[in-house]
Design a binder for this molecule. Structure first.
Ligand code: DOR
Ligand code: ZN
Length: 423
């Protein structure tokens, strides 16, 4: 039996399509894309954008080890609700995803329990301890799509050089969490006026910028592909821009909270505004948007980092870093980037699909074409709704956007032809 998505506005970045088109699905495959098609079952997408399933190359699913925060199954459901059909979970689970058996474990759990596609990253060093390199060739063989010690930077520049030489040899991107841990030590929010006012120890912007710079320099030295995660500062963005102009193999991402919020959000001591790197200042927020506009930013990624209510409901300084983002990302992109006119809807879709897929070489992800997998997101870019973290499909509720009224709502997500979310 075939399924036909009718009356929608198709946006497909790889083919430069942005016009009313029907999509005919047969089983798990897109059969045809065109005008006035017919099929057995009709799905009406009036007023909606139809696009490739969204891709997020930076999520934290907490399995194994911290299943009360999130599991691969619950994270998958949250992703589907956010319109994502492919995600790349980070390796900072317990135990760390640092060997082939662990990658296989994630793949198996994903196959058994997740409604979307899960393409794990593996750690770059054993136990993410920054001392010994992982067996990247083996990790790649069993399906790791990137190496990263995300949550930590690699302190030793000499070791990072070896990591990057190895990653380049096996053809995996290195996803870089940029943080000089000694300089950031003891800080809980951005260092600046607000932190001083609140009496909370700060994390200087330099802690991030020093390492963006260093990590890029070692990318240049080795020729490896370094992807800078969650860029948050004006100078950090400028460093990436200059490196790209020089032709260095570097890409970068930023996340919704960095273009939507500033450290002002910490004023009520809300631990849901605590993440690492921290929310910065208005000039940084504007520079992040500028980077998204001028193409310095290659993809948008959530850094979905679930933590339980008990862990977050403590004094600011005791709360763990991290916020959830999968179920609100599309709305933040529509509300914060498209509606104010910073980028087009087409560019937004590209940044949320192809952008990440290219970085992690996810062949079939981020495209909607005849013969390809039926991974499709249908969203209403005009629909207004109010974020209610209490109703998230994620097991965690630590969203800085709770209660915010936004535009852009996912109506339906299909993965391999199956409806995995319907709103
Ligand atoms: O805020 C964060 N949370 N930043 C990270 O780098 C790690 C993440 C987590 O795993 O909770
Ligand atoms: Zn990180």
């Amino acid at each position: 039996m075939s399924l036909i998505i009718k009356n929608g506005h198709l946006i497909e970045p790889t083919q430069g399509i942005s016009e009313p088109m029907d999509v005919l699905i047969d089983g798990d495959t897109v059969r045809r894309v065109g005008k006035d098609l017919d099929g057995d079952e009709v799905m009406d997408a009036s007023g909606c954008v139809v696009c490739p399933g969204l891709v997020d190359i930076h999520v934290h699913f907490r399995e194994p080890g911290y299943e009360s925060k999130e599991t691969i199954a619950s994270g998958g459901r949250a992703a589907a609700r956010g319109g994502f059909t492919t995600v790349v979970p980070m390796a900072n689970t317990n135990p760390v995803i640092d060997n082939a058996g662990m990658v296989e474990f994630v793949n198996r759990r994903a196959r058994e329990t997740a409604c979307i596609r899960v393409r794990p990253a593996a750690s770059a060093t054993k136990g993410m301890k920054g001392a010994e390199i992982t067996e990247m060739a083996e990790l790649k063989d069993v399906g790791a799509v990137a190496v990263t010690d995300d949550g930590k930077d690699i302190a030793s520049s000499a070791l990072l050089r070896r990591v990057l030489e190895y990653a380049r040899m096996v053809g995996l991107p290195y996803l870089a969490h940029c943080e000089d841990e000694a300089l950031a030590e003891g800080g809980h929010m951005n260092e600046g006026y607000t932190a001083t006012h609140l009496g909370i120890p700060g994390i200087p912007k330099a802690a991030e910028e020093i390492r963006i710079d260093r990590n890029i320099r070692i990318a240049e030295l080795t020729g490896a592909h370094v992807h800078i995660q969650h860029v948050t500062t004006k100078e950090g963005m400028a460093i990436v821009r200059r490196a790209k102009e020089k032709g260095i193999r570097v890409t970068c991402e930023t996340g919704p909270h960095y273009w939507m919020l500033t450290d002002d959000a910490v004023r009520g001591f809300s631990t849901n505004a605590k993440m690492n790197p921290p929310l910065r200042e208005e000039e940084d927020r504007l520079a992040i948007i500028e980077g998204i506009k001028d193409g310095t930013v290659d993809c948008l990624a959530t850094d979905h980092a679930p933590h339980t209510r008990t862990e977050k409901e403590v004094e600011f300084e005791y709360a763990p870093f991290g916020v959830v983002g999968l179920e609100t990302c599309l709305a933040m992109a529509v509300t914060g980037l498209v509606e104010p006119g910073h980028i087009s809807l087409e560019r937004m879709v590209e940044l949320l699909t192809l952008g990440g897929a290219r970085i992690c070489n996810l062949e079939d992800a981020g495209v909607l074409r005849e013969g390809g997998p039926a991974d499709i997101t249908i969203f209403d870019p005009k629909a207004e709704w109010t974020v209610d973290a209490g109703r998230f499909l994620s097991l965690s509720r630590n969203s800085p956007f709770d209660g915010m009224t936004v535009r852009g709502l996912v109506k339906r997500t299909l993965c391999a032809g199956r409806t995995v979310y319907e709103g």
